[in-house]
Design a protein around this ligand. Sequence first.
Ligand SMILES: C[S@@+](CC[C@H](N)C(=O)[O-])C[C@H]1O[C@@H](n2cnc3c(N)ncnc32)[C@H](O)[C@@H]1O
Length: 308
Amino acid sequence: MYSHIPVMLPEVLKYLQPKKGENIFDGTLGGANYSLAIAKAVGPSGRVFSTDLDLLAIDNAKERAKIEGVNNISLIHDNFGKLAEIAEKHGPFDGAVFDLGLSSAQLDDQDRGFSFQGDRPLSMSFSQDSAENEETENILRYYSLHELTDIFRLYGDEPKAYFAAKLIVEYRKKKVIKTTGDLLEALAPILKGHHRTNPATRIFQALRIATNGEFKNLENALAALPQALKPGARVIFVSFHSGEDRIVKNYFRQESTDCICPSSFLRCVCGHKKTLKIITKKPLIPSEQESEENPRARSSKLRAAIRV
Ligand SMILES: C[S@@+](CC[C@H](N)C(=O)[O-])C[C@H]1O[C@@H](n2cnc3c(N)ncnc32)[C@H](O)[C@@H]1O
């Protein structure tokens, strides 16, 4: 059973304002909760185009759409980072939504290594592609001390990034890190004395982000927005990681101003014209009740803008 409790779904619908007959892009199908709700809102004359890298998410969505009698979702097994290409074929869209990161179904999947509960294979790829599934192991096996440190610092905000990287480099001299259990064993000295979730959560998150190139995918999708969206279209990002939220915030800021020349320039030479109007001055966060009912929603932030 592929299950995922949607995060801030009422807020997503409130800011997206899907209308009858519209075509909306959902970059992150996951448990299909957003896609199904949007498909119902746009009605049979509208359509939702949903991407996911995970075939299990696609199969689950087919099943759920059938059960709920929803026929207006096009399921695309692809990377939302290819939004430019996808929009050329199916767009431009009347709205778009991205609910970044991984689903609960992926986190709980015993055959993948997203969580450090139990001893699991070290595959942290969203897709079932076997080469990508070796990526986590390759990172731990071949990346240098400095590359590992950067990954843990940039993608995990891990204060002991260098120490963690050093532990891995030492451990792999004796044994290849192949499972989540090996990884925890390698990291044991920094997990000691901590509540186990802290450094381990940050390091697993960092490895997942590196494995999937998540920041790059996000940047590619953002760069494609001006072409992918119709004027007046709304776009929503829900993120769970400060680095991701920062990328969205900075892009929104840049795209909501005409001139982006350095402030020291006396006259504009960039010729940049704004493409977005921000409609969430501050990011929205889940209500206390939602965070209590679904602790995985806790660190989420929602930002929305309109294509001008
Ligand atoms: C948090 S879940 C989405 C949950 C969904 N909004 C719902 O309502 O159930 C994120 C999903 O995005 C997918 N994903 C992550 N990065 C992706 C990418 N670059 N392209 C396509 N799908 C991606 C993951 O495989 C996962 O299924």
